[in-house]
Design a binder for this molecule. Structure first.
Ligand SMILES: [Zn+2]
Length: 151
């Protein structure tokens, strides 16, 4: 029984190590730039792409105008969804920044993220060098993704 459990944990770890989020380096840089531009407020946005690769960024307005939280307007989201469809891309991820906190999901982030199919990207601007991290949040369980940049 214990052995079985250990094997399952090992398999899980292996899976986590393998789980990747692929995005163009241009998109990666655009995300960081948008987050820096919105300081001291939290920035947020939507990411889309093709075949699982993120290649389009849709910076959104943070309706909270807050340094510690974000929300997007339903109207804005619907507009962007139409634009993504027009480009024949898929919605792949949501990003937001943590101006003074590390790049780990806050209890609120976990509570309000109800899109298990979307990756969840957090940009921490706590230190001079931005820290960009990606996660999957499924049933309130957070698992990290490795971000792979391509040209
Ligand atoms: Zn957050």
């Amino acid at each position: 029984m214990e052995k079985e459990k250990a094997a399952a944990v090992k398999a899980d770890k292996f899976k986590l190590k393998q789980a990747q989020l692929v995005m163009t380096s241009h998109t990666y840089q655009s995300i960081v730039n948008h987050c820096k531009m919105e300081l001291p407020l939290e920035a947020c946005g939507i990411l889309s792409g093709k075949n699982g690769t993120i290649c389009s960024i849709w910076p959104m307005k943070n309706m909270d105008y807050s340094e510690v939280s974000f929300s997007m307007s339903v109207h804005d989201i619907e507009k962007v969804f139409h634009l993504i469809e027009a480009k024949q891309e898929q919605l792949l991820a949501i990003y937001h920044s943590h101006p003074t906190a590390p790049a780990i999901p806050s209890p609120g982030d976990i509570k309000y993220h109800n899109y298990p199919e979307l990756s969840y990207i957090i940009v921490s601007l706590k230190n001079r060098k931005p820290d960009v991290r990606a996660y999957k949040i499924v049933s309130k369980q957070v698992s990290p993704l490795v971000i792979k940049q391509i040209d």
